[in-house]
Design a protein around this ligand. Structure first.
Ligand SMILES: [Zn+2]
Length: 492
């Protein structure tokens, strides 16, 4: 035992044949390429659009080289008739075909466990040389999709979360609670690492309400002096209510500095206003996806979500023609991730709906393009009497009246009008227990929804709590559509 002291840890690490994380890459080079938050906020983030485009181009061309060596892209691009040499700069990106999550699922089913997309020859050899992490999508629609992250992917994902928090006002010495479990989803990991390793912020990693009950989450927040939060709107609302009901306190006593969250299609700001009044602090929106990481975020001016242009290149394409939409029109977000070498992502159609708000320089000084809030999933789209309807598009209407709980579920069904079959959509809307008189509410919502969706729909008012199970509220992403039309049930 005596010779355990002075054994020479440094020398031992250098002679080790293990793929030690902290020896596997050149860290200074990583931070030069992907600056940490404060350096970033005064450099890349403020670069001119041209300079940003040059950076994107350099990273994109390196990525295309990686793609040509990757069997997934060799096959995808080969089938589309693209040849090496066709892609000379990022201006040629539209020549490459897009792919979507079904292609990833098929790839992983045909070549288990992780498909050809990660780009290695042998998983065992890859793990021997590359300290890796396994993450997956939530799997709300079927089997989860796996992603593998090497060191660069893992670190840049965390650096990106840290940059977001920094731009939204979080500073060294703050204490940030993360009521989300460090498990298969990368988001909680990215935020706890961001605080711990890139900001000098204390992460309070309580896990979700399943791991740490809501009451205990609040006790910890009050005990520790938590002043910042990363959480989802539904849970933030629940925390505020539980503070009153179970502790007899107001979350505003926490004097929270800021909350970073994922607002979804809150195009009129009603959800944000609700959260801000509950918590008494600014609330910032973000957008991210498993395969991309942190894709877009609001700066302190909150006039759209800045794409993280140095890390991902986003396009907005028409949902049917796959051609770029006109500025300001809604389309599918298509991402090319400029920093992933393991599991490279090149023109991935996220089937998430987005809309460009502005390409002008923001008041914060950044020329990074800004998009509207995430507007919903295009594969949840319902084709109804020739009109494309997005169930998430009901959010502004449903939240426009304080008598609703803000929750809804759409039901598509086969109706009969004048003896003829007609597709119908009924929007079930929860009414607050303490709403009082609901006179005129149904008609008001029907009129507003007709205007927002471009289609006559019926509204059915239901009691508070009735949609809890149907919509899977409080279990991650809520379910907003029930399909009962025979033609569509047969297909799926
Ligand atoms: Zn800005």
């Amino acid at each position: 035992m005596a010779n355990l002291t002075g054994i020479g840890g440094e020398a031992a690490a250098q002679t080790s044949s293990l793929p030690l994380y902290h020896k596997a890459i050149d860290w200074d080079a990583l931070y030069r390429e992907y600056p940490v938050p404060d350096v970033y906020a005064r450099s890349v983030y403020l670069w001119s659009a041209d300079r940003v485009r040059d950076l994107q181009n350099r990273r994109f061309m390196a990525l295309v080289d990686i793609g040509w060596k990757n069997r997934f892209y060799q096959s995808l691009w080969g089938k589309a008739g693209v040849a090496p040499g066709d892609i000379r700069s990022i201006d040629d990106i539209e020549k490459l075909p897009t792919f979507n999550s079904d292609d990833i699922k098929n790839d992983q089913a045909e070549h288990p466990p992780f498909g050809l997309l990660p780009g290695y020859e042998s998983l065992e050899d890859h793990l021997r040389t590359t300290p890796s992490r396994l993450q997956s999508s939530g799997g709300t629609t079927g089997k989860p999709r796996y992603t593998l992250q090497g060191i660069t992917e893992n670190e840049v994902n965390s650096i990106s979360a840290a940059r977001g928090l920094y731009l939204q006002g979080v500073r060294t010495g703050d204490i940030l609670q993360i009521p989300a479990t460090n498990a298969m989803a990368s988001l909680p990991w990215a935020y706890s690492k961001a605080c711990n390793e890139y900001l000098g912020v204390l992460p309070v990693t309580t896990g979700s309400g399943v791991v740490t009950p809501t009451r205990r989450q609040l006790e910890i927040a009050f005990d520790v002096g938590v002043n910042c939060w990363m959480s989802f709107p539904e849970y933030l609302t629940r925390l505020a209510q539980a503070a009153k009901d179970e502790l007899g306190r107001d979350v505003r006593e926490l004097k929270t500095k800021m909350i970073t969250t994922f607002l979804g299609p809150d195009t009129e700001g009603t959800l944000r206003a609700h959260l801000e009044s509950l918590w008494g602090c600014p609330v910032y929106d973000n957008y991210g996806v498993n395969e991309v990481g942190h894709g877009a975020l609001e700066c302190s001016h909150r006039r759209g979500l800045h794409f993280m242009e140095d890390l991902s290149y986003f396009e907005i394409l028409d949902t049917e023609s796959f051609k770029p939409v006109e500025h300001g029109k809604v389309g599918n977000l298509v991402a090319t991730v400029l920093y992933r070498k393991t599991f490279p992502i090149i023109r991935y159609n996220l089937r998430d709906l987005g809309r460009m708000l502005s390409t002008d320089t923001c008041d914060c000084g950044s020329s990074f393009r800004r998009m509207d809030h995430f507007l919903g999933r295009s594969d949840n789209m319902v084709r109804m009497r020739g009109v494309n309807v997005y169930p998430m598009g009901c959010l502004p209407a449903v939240r426009s009246d304080p008598r609703t709980t803000g929750e809804w579920v759409c039901e598509a069904w086969d109706g009969v009008v004048d003896g003829r079959a007609r597709e119908e959509l009924t929007v079930h809307v929860e009414v607050r227990r303490d709403a009082g008189a609901v006179d005129g509410l149904q008609a008001k919502l029907e009129s507003r929804l007709k205007n927002d969706l471009g289609l006559s729909v019926g509204v059915k008012l239901v009691d508070e709590g009735q949609l809890q199970t149907v919509a899977s509220l409080g279990e991650g992403k809520a379910k907003r559509l029930i399909e009962r039309r025979a033609a569509y049930l047969k297909k799926s």
